[in-house]
Design a binder for this molecule. Structure first.
Ligand code: FAD
Ligand code: DHB
Length: 389
């Protein structure tokens, strides 16, 4: 088989790239290790920046997002039993949209199928060959049969545990990493959200987040120990702990119910440089991870996709390499800013096991400064709604 761009990974980054390329007449094949149902079953992100909404529009897949997504003009920060509001609209003129990553991927798979584009599911042993030559190819097996895709370019959109990043020789690759001494326990429940905006809570028992998917689907997270397992947490224990971390009047209003998903995610900051090697380009979680505080992961995958599809279009339309040559540098400039914001916002809200009384005072002062200072609120809001690209 031959295509112009072989895309490894059928998560949001790979699918969005494939759809944008298709809209501009560029052919691609998506190679995914799992099944469509498996990818759609992974409950992850929920907050979309305006930039990602714009890309979904450009990809022709934004109808359901506009009909069903919830526009949020601000967020709540809770600390010491009290809450304050940050007004994105007043500070930046831009909102965010609450719409699940599962819905984003569903819309993209539906569009891909409607357009008759090829997706190779259940691909095993995927390997990239000749990325440093002018004629790369991707090899994989399925049910014991070997397959080969010859292509002009390879887009490595296969997430943090994928093979694309490992294809870049160690002598070329530089990795930066920070791990955090806690995780997030997330619960999805068919209950009405406790508030019409997200609540990010700093409490002496640790971080908590109240989020949502729609009027009768809530998503809640609490900071937990890395050694915890979801089965350690009964629903009753989860709700009780969440309530302890929220202001009393919020806790009193919280509607609890049966959890329909319960999972634990470790927190990590990670960047690999460069994001290009020859004809291989890394995109999304394959190149970088942010801790989820601030909802930047999916949105960062989207800005990578923007820079890459822009460069590939320039190559095919004008026979000009400037865009693909600048890809890594352009993407990384924005990646590091989102890494900084996610790291800072995580530090603002979590309890670290080794925090001294002085560290706690600094955290409290940092939150008070955000509550009271408009310039700080503006910087927060600009980062939260998404830096321009
Ligand atoms: P992935 O979604 O990881 O997709 C990669 C795909 O590649 C997968 O389908 C995988 O099966 C496939 N693959 C892997 N290896 C191979 C291989 N060898 N061969 C072929 N295919 C392969 N981000 C936000 O922006 N906002 C949020 O609110 C937010 N909340 C989050 C909450 C949680 C609990 C978590 C865990 C993450 C959250 N994120 C959030 C982050 C966001 O989910 C990720 O950044 C996003 O999924 C990245 O998309 P991706 O396509 O780059 O990678
Ligand atoms: C969600 C996840 C986040 O990491 C975040 O900062 C906000 C919302 C969510 O899953 O809804």
């Amino acid at each position: 088989m031959r295509t112009q761009v072989a895309i490894i990974g059928g998560g949001p980054a790979g699918l969005l790239l494939g759809q944008l390329l298709y809209r501009h007449g560029i052919d691609s094949v998506v190679v995914e290790r799992k099944t469509r149902e498996y990818v759609l079953g992974r409950i992850r992100a929920g907050v979309l920046e305006a930039g990602l909404v714009r890309l979904m529009e450009e990809a022709g897949v934004a109808d359901r997002l506009h009909a069903e997504g919830h526009v949020h003009h601000g967020t709540q920060i809770a600390v010491n039993g009290q809450m304050f509001h940050l007004d994105f609209n007043g500070l930046t003129g831009k909102p965010v949209v609450v719409y699940g990553q599962t819905e984003v991927t569903r819309d993209l798979y539906d569009a891909r199928e409607a357009a008759g584009l090829t997706t190779e599911f259940r691909a095993e042993g995927v390997a990239i060959h000749g990325a440093d030559t002018d004629s790369p190819h991707v090899a994989f097996t399925r049910d014991g049969t070997e397959h080969r895709i010859d292509c002009d370019f390879v887009a490595g959109c296969d997430g943090f545990h994928g093979i694309s990043r490992q294809t870049i020789p160690l002598a070329v690759r530089r990795e930066y990493e920070k791990t955090y001494p806690f995780g997030w326990l997330g619960v999805l429940s068919r209950t009405p959200p406790v508030h019409d905006e997200l609540i990010y809570a700093n409490s002496e028992r640790g971080f908590a987040l109240c989020s949502m998917r729609n009027d009768n689907l809530s998503r809640y997270y609490i900071q937990c120990a890395l050694s915890d397992h979801p089965s350690d947490w009964t629903d009753a224990a989860f709700w009780a702990e969440l309530k302890r971390r929220l202001p009393p009047e919020v806790a009193d209003r919280l509607v609890t119910g049966l959890s329909i998903d319960k999972s634990i995610a470790p927190l990590r900051s990670f960047v690999t440089e460069p994001m290009r090697w020859g004809r291989l380009f890394l995109c999304g979680d394959a190149a970088h991870i942010v801790p989820p505080t601030g909802a930047k992961g999916l949105n960062l995958a989207a800005s990578d996709v923007h820079y890459l599809h822009d460069g590939l279009r320039q190559f095919y339309r004008d026979n000009d390499c400037a865009g693909i040559d600048a890809y890594s540098e352009r993407a990384l400039l924005r990646v590091w800013k989102a890494e900084r914001f996610s790291w800072w916002f995580s530090g603002l809200l979590h309890r670290y096991p080794d925090m001294s009384p002085f560290d706690l005072k600094m955290q409290q002062a940092d939150i008070a400064f955000l509550r009271d200072n408009r310039a700080q609120q503006q910087a927060f809001a600009e980062n939260y709604v998404g830096l321009p690209y």
